[in-house]
Design a protein around this ligand. Structure first.
Ligand code: UT7
Length: 334
């Protein structure tokens, strides 16, 4: 049994936060943000929208496009660093409730911006083992809920959104997800961290006053490791599977920063038109960035049935991973 990538869907919140808006909030400029990150605007969910609301809408679209009946979904996993609730219930459980899916395993994973690649690895293993047939995977983020909008080193980077996919069992090897590689190294944990509200710094007045509930990042240090690791990942997965870069139809790296994506793309010689680049309009949406980018390409007709996609991600933990995936869904029609 193989695991096939059957469908993609996304949800993009309507509210737009522009660089000009941020200029009024912190000491920054549109020029600095565009030059250093490539970001022009990002989406922000409504106050009454939870991460599971974003994930639910992306999931519904992915299920509809999969041509699999919703009753056949037998596992739901959500990757998020901005869950509905800190400990429980899981965001995946909330999404299952909104979808009306009962009696299936539903849980979250924590792998920051590499979340969607980790989900691919999980779904592939569950399907290939025969344990599950139709796994719904979701990367959903309301990162605005853990951002300090007085901290210019983070608030200019991140945005909200969600992406989802259905991974299904198939006997056709030509449809199979080829490979997923994923790793972590906790020694880098403190460089990209939300220090508060967990067991180390519990929710207490002093910790909240110190703003430990918000994300902190040593941006420049993260940047250097990100470029190196993302490049190494791609070389490794292509070599392991004896696939030449020229055979890849679409390279879809995590959208953290235009400079990071461009450095990796150029080093690996992927043509510009074969590289996803959505960071200008969505910013960094962590676990949602790869499926949101993939969905845009799908709706533009740039990802079709049989196309070979190469995913590449890096994030807090540090975590990193890459995936070689054939798109096994139907072609987009509006
Ligand atoms: O998604 C997970 C992985 N995340 C990433 O991969 C993000 C990686 N990091 C980055 O994208 C970049 O490091 C940043 C965009 C965060 C920062 O760019 P940088 O070129 O690494 O700048 P820097 O941190 O070295 O800061 C350069 C200067 C500093 O001023 P001084 O010390 O040179 O006077 C900062 O204080 O830019 C200053 N600065 C800003 N200036 C205007 C930092 N943030 C801002 C800002 N507006 N928003």
């Amino acid at each position: 049994m193989y695991a096939a990538f059957r469908s993609i869907g996304s949800y993009i919140p309507q509210n737009i936060l522009t660089n000009q808006d941020l200029e009024k909030m912190v000491d920054t400029s549109d020029e600095w943000i565009v030059k250093r990150t490539g970001i022009k605007e990002r989406r922000i969910a409504n106050a009454d929208e939870a991460t599971s609301d974003l994930g639910y809408k992306a999931a519904l679209q992915a299920i509809e496009r999969s041509e699999i009946d919703i009753t056949e979904i037998d596992m739901i996993v959500c990757a998020t660093l901005s869950p509905d609730y800190l400990t429980m219930p899981s965001t995946a459980a909330m999404i299952s409730k909104k979808l009306g899916i009962k009696n299936v395993m539903a849980f979250d994973i924590s792998a920051a911006c590499t979340g969607f690649v980790y989900l691919m690895s999980l779904a592939k293993a569950f399907v290939e083992s025969g344990a599950k047939k139709n796994v719904l995977i979701i990367g959903a983020e309301k990162i605005s809920s853990i951002i300090d909008y007085t901290d210019r080193s983070t608030c200019i980077l991140f945005g909200d959104g969600a992406g989802a996919a259905v991974i299904s069992a198939t006997e056709d090897k030509n449809e199979a997800i080829i490979d997923v590689l994923a790793s972590a190294d906790g020694n880098f944990g403190e460089l990209l961290i939300t220090p508060g509200c967990g067991s180390v710094n519990p929710i207490r007045e002093d910790n909240v006053n110190d703003k430990l509930q918000y994300m902190k990042m040593a941006g420049n240090e993260v940047f250097k490791v990100a470029v190196k690791t993302l490049t190494k990942d791609v070389i490794e997965i292509l070599k392991k599977n004896k696939i030449d870069a020229s055979e890849v139809d679409m390279f879809i790296p995590h959208q953290a920063n235009f400079r990071i994506v461009e450095a990796v793309r150029a080093k690996l010689n992927f043509p510009v038109e074969k590289c996803a680049m959505t960071v200008a309009k969505y910013g960094n949406t962590s676990s949602a960035s790869i499926p949101m980018a993939m969905n845009d390409l799908y709706e533009e007709g740039k990802i079709k049935n049989g196309d070979l996609m190469l995913l590449d991600a890096f994030g807090g933990g540090f975590t990193w991973g890459s995936a070689l995936v054939r798109f096994a869904g139907k072609n987009f029609s509006s």
